[in-house]
Write a protein that binds this ligand. Structure first.
Ligand code: APR
Length: 227
C-alpha cells in the first residue's frame, strides 16, 4: 500500500555529514548568539556579522555530502508518497535525490532583498554591498527564516499532515515551534508517529515509536522496514 509520509528533519540528520547542530555540546548556539545572527534585529544591528556567519555555513554546506540517512529517505520517495519538511538550510536532501523537499526555515542556497522581497540563488559569498538584482537596494540577506519570522510552507505542511498515513521526526531536538508542534497535530489527526533521534527529543513521549541512534543507522533500518 502506498503510504503518505510527512517527514520532519532537523540538524541531526546532517550531523554525520559534518554539519554542526545547534543545541548539542559545542553546537552553533554555543558559539554564536541567536540574537546576533538569527534575528531581523541582529541583521539590522550588524549585517556584516550576519553575512559572515551564513557565508561560513554556506561554505561548509557546499562541501558536505549527503549521508546514508538522506539517501534512505530519497529511496523511500521512490516507493511511497513522501514530503520532507526540513528545518535544515543545507541542500543535502536534494543532493541525495529527494525531490519533494520543503525548506520551512529557508535555504543557504537562496538570497532575498529585505527591501522588495525579491529572491534569487545566493552567491557563495554574500556581502553588505551586494545590490538587489530587482530593485538595486543594498539590502540583500540570506533567505533564511529567523526567529520571529514566519516559516515557509505552513499551509502545505498542514494539508500534508491532514492526508498523512505516517509522521516521522528525524534529528531534531523538538525545541522550536511550529515544527515542534507537528507531532501533536499528527496525533490529533490520528496519524501514527515515529521519532528517530540520537537521544529522546523534548517531545519524545508524544511519539508512538522512538528509535534511538545515529541517523545513518536508524533511518536506513526504518526505511528497510517499509520494504
Ligand atoms: N543522528 C540523529 N540525531 C542526531 C545526530 C545524529 N547523528 N546528532 C545529533 N542528533 C540530534 C540531537 O540529539 C538533537 O536532538 O539532533 C538534534 C539536533 O537538535 P538541534 O541542534 O536543536 O537542531 P534542530 O532541532 O534542527 O533545531 C531546530 O532551531 O535554531 C533553530 O532554525 C534553527 O532549524 C533550527 C531549529
Amino acid at each position: 500500500m502506498t503510504e503518505h509520509i510527512v517527514i520532519l528533519t532537523g540538524a541531526g540528520i546532517s550531523a554525520e555529514s559534518g554539519l554542526g547542530t545547534f543545541r548539542d555540546e559545542g553546537g552553533l548556539w554555543a558559539q554564536h548568539r541567536i540574537e546576533d545572527v538569527a534575528t531581523p534585529e541582529g541583521f539590522a544591528r550588524d549585517p556584516e556579522l550576519v553575512q559572515r556567519f551564513y557565508n561560513m555555513r554556506r561554505a561548509e554546506a557546499v562541501k558536505a555530502a549527503p549521508n546514508a540517512a538522506h539517501r534512505a529517505l530519497a529511496a523511500l520517495e521512490a516507493v511511497h508518497d513522501v514530503l520532507i519538511v526540513t528545518q535544515n538550510v543545507d541542500g543535502l536532501h536534494e543532493a541525495a535525490g529527494s525531490k519533494n523537499v520543503l525548506h520551512m526555515h529557508g535555504s543557504l542556497a537562496r538570497a532575498m532583498c529585505a527591501t522588495c522581497q525579491a529572491r534569487w540563488d545566493a552567491p557563495l559569498v554574500m556581502t553588505v554591498s551586494d545590490a538587489c538584482p530587482s530593485c538595486g537596494a543594498k539590502a540583500t540577506r540570506p533567505d533564511i527564516v529567523w526567529f520571529g519570522e514566519i516559516p515557509y510552507g505552513m499551509e502545505k505542511i498542514d494539508a500534508a499532515l491532514s492526508q498523512a498515513t505516517l509522521f516521522a521526526s528525524i534529528g531534531t531536538s523538538g525545541n522550536v515551534y511550529p515544527a515542534a508542534g507537528f507531532v501533536a497535530e499528527a496525533r490529533r489527526l490520528g496519524v501514527p508517529t515515529v521519532e528517530l533521534n540520537l537521544e529522546p527529543s523534548a517531545g519524545y513521549s508524544m511519539f508512538d515509536e522512538v528509535r534511538i541512534g545515529p541517523a545513518s543507522e536508524t533511518v536506513p533500518e526504518w526505511v528497510a522496514d517499509f520494504s
